[in-house]
Design a protein around this ligand. Structure first.
Ligand SMILES: [Zn+2]
Length: 167
């Protein structure tokens, strides 16, 4: 995936840099390919890794500010939102998170964008709550990003879950 960012938020720019760093880290790809399997999909982790590495997908990340009403209702917990296969909205009201968390969110949403680009395949999560979705590709891989950045990733060991609610 080729990610681009247009943002006025310094935290988002730093999170984006960290996300790119992980995408260039062989440990990240090895970890995905060696995962036993994701929930809510028939696609193997190895194939998902291959799809994520395709270079034809241009995905732009943009700032997005829900209205005050939306911010306390519909998008109360939404850190980001994949609009379509080419566009991801980052909620500026949720920028007070760690740079590692933001990087995890960016990759989580990037996986949704790649999923949307392949109409014959699906590897998302069921509902928007993370509970019960820990082992879906967007959550597990998003958490992998955070663990690698925090230095808490060790192959064959279970890792901590960091991501909260994502769209
Ligand atoms: Zn999601």
């Amino acid at each position: 995936m080729n990610l681009f960012i247009k943002s006025d938020i310094q935290k988002f720019l730093l999170g984006f840099e960290k996300a790119q760093e992980v995408l260039n880290n062989p440990t990240f790809w090895k970890a995905i390919a060696s995962h036993p399997g994701f929930d809510n999909t028939k696609i193997s982790p190895d194939e998902i890794a291959t799809l994520l590495q395709e270079t034809g997908h241009q995905i732009t990340l943009e700032d997005w500010k829900p209205t005050e009403l939306e911010a306390i209702t519909k998008y109360r917990k939404t850190n980001a939102k994949t609009v379509n296969k080419e566009l991801i909205h980052l909620n500026v009201r949720k920028s007070a998170r760690s740079i590692q968390q933001i990087a995890g969110t960016i990759i989580h949403e990037g996986i949704h964008a790649i999923d949307l680009a392949h109409l014959d395949k699906t590897f998302g999560h069921a509902g928007n709550s993370r509970t019960g979705n820990e082992n879906t590709a967007p959550y597990w891989i998003g958490d992998l990003v955070i663990n690698i950045l925090k230095g808490t990733y060790e192959p064959s060991k279970s890792f901590k879950y960091f991501l909260t609610e994502e769209d």
